[in-house]
Design a protein around this ligand. Structure first.
Ligand code: HSE
Length: 442
């Protein structure tokens, strides 16, 4: 019995998916039981990197998700609409869904998974985070015996490419972004990548799986890389760090068992110690470091995007569903007659995680100040930080910009609210011309 796939989208990921499905030799034998039944495209006339018989192509995507013959819908059109509506309609028609759509899942995951649970179908999304890197299934299955403490990832290839080049070449963000766009490493509209929004979508998904609750996307703190200057990269280097856009989700220490457990979920440029495993993840590569009890640290590394890698993740999800359908577990029912889903593969949590207010977050900070080059300035900064309970790990003054002194401080772990209050006070000092940048330190 062949499992019939309705593929929505024949772009980069869709074409990669077709290439794997059309060439099953030396791959898992179950691939031979998958049939590309229909392919939904925007235009029938476009030249394509893969050959699909004309009778399988259609521009009527809704006809695919409602077709009684289709077992599994693969949604790789991306974007919010019509992807969301097509996924929901597929679920209503009893189809299992495989999607690479992090933006739709991060925003409409609650609606989509509630519908999927009610319909007794799977919605799998390995390709939505980290491209070809297996991280979703490990979080759901291989690591499920662990209490996860933190997930820390480089989950956006475009920004990692830009930051790697800024470090290697000493260039400015704007120049390297323009070159990355020319070379096809950054989109014409780079907003989702460089402003951290793509990473925030992925983090919401990872955190939800790691901590077993839903995450409201608007509660994910998000800061992109536009403010990372060549000077910051150079100071970071001198201080023993590299700057990476990190997506971090971690449990806050629970002060009492009566308090609700809180999470930090944040995306921001971060000074990462050079010896940290994420510091050497360069160019367009992604990596996700998971810390749990009892496993300790485990890191997943690989290509975070691209046709083949992302299709590898898509097809593995399709095979997971086909395997379940093949042994007919998909037809099992609960005592009340509701369909029974594999609890390790389905996503059934319904409560929302509580996210800690940003001010309460405890982390180290880096700050770069442009000040008068006069006696007592460093002392006044140190006194102000001390008054706000911000302990300094290092203070350096090596460069002069114009007639301004450039002073860089790195703090010990501090409450973010205290650090911000100190900065508000420092901003009022006549000797301080500018707080040029502030970043968190891992
Ligand atoms: N825009 C994404 C990135 C592609 O740069 O990583 C994969 O989601």
């Amino acid at each position: 019995m062949a499992f019939k796939i309705g593929l929505l989208g024949l772009g980069t990921v869709g074409s990669g998916t077709v290439k794997i499905l059309q060439d099953p030799a030396q791959r898992h034998p179950l691939l031979q039981e998958l049939e590309i039944y229909k392919v939904g495209v925007r235009s029938l006339d476009k030249p394509r990197p893969v050959e699909i018989p004309d009778e399988k192509l259609t521009t009527d995507l809704e006809s695919i998700v409602t077709d009684p013959e289709v077992d599994i819908v693969v949604e790789v059109i991306g974007g919010l609409e019509p992807a969301r509506s097509l996924i929901l309609k597929a679920i209503q028609h009893g189809k299992h869904v495989v999607t690479a759509n992090k933006a739709a899942i991060a925003r409409f995951g609650a609606e989509i998974y509630t519908a999927a649970e009610a319909a007794g179908v799977y919605v799998l999304l390995e390709a939505a985070v980290g491209g070809g890197i297996p991280v979703i299934e490990p979080l759901k299955q291989s690591l499920c015996a662990n209490r996860i403490h933190s997930v820390t990832g480089i989950v956006n290839g475009t920004t990692n490419y830009i930051l790697t080049r800024m470090k290697n070449e000493g260039g400015d963000f704007g120049d390297i972004l323009a070159d990355a766009q020319r070379l096809g490493y950054a989109e014409a509209d780079p907003t989702a990548d460089v402003d951290g929004l793509d990473a925030a979508d992925k983090l919401a998904i990872l955190a939800s799986l790691a901590f077993g609750g839903r995450i409201k996307l608007e509660e994910v703190y998000c800061e992109g890389i536009r403010n990372v200057g060549a000077a910051d990269i150079a100071y970071a280097e001198r201080l023993g760090f590299v700057i990476k856009l990190l997506a971090i989700a971690r449990r806050e220490p629970q002060l009492s068992p009566d308090e609700p457990e809180q999470l930090q979920v944040r995306v921001h440029p971060t000074l990462v110690p050079k010896q940290h495993p994420l510091a050497s993840v360069n160019d367009v590569y992604n990596a996700i470091l998971i810390e749990g009890d009892p496993i300790g640290q485990v890191m997943f590394f690989g290509p975070g995007a691209g046709s083949g890698p992302t299709a590898s993740a898509v097809v593995s999800d399709v095979l997971n569903i086909a395997a379940i359908l093949k042994v007919e577990r998909g037809n099992a029912t609960k005592p009340d007659g509701q369909p029974l889903l594999d609890p390790l593969l389905a996503c059934s949590h319904q409560h929302y995680c509580t996210i800690a207010p940003a001010d309460e977050t405890v982390t180290r900070f880096y700050a770069r100040f442009l000040t008068n080059d006069s006696p007592g300035v460093i002392g006044s900064l140190g006194t102000c930080f001390g008054n706000h309970n911000v302990s300094l790990e290092s203070v350096v003054q090596t460069d002069v910009r114009g007639d301004m002194a450039e002073i860089v401080v790195v703090t010990h772990d501090v409450r973010e609210g205290n650090f911000r209050q100190a900065l508000d006070e420092i901003r009022t000092y006549e000797t301080v011309n500018e707080i040029a940048s502030t970043f968190r330190v891992l």
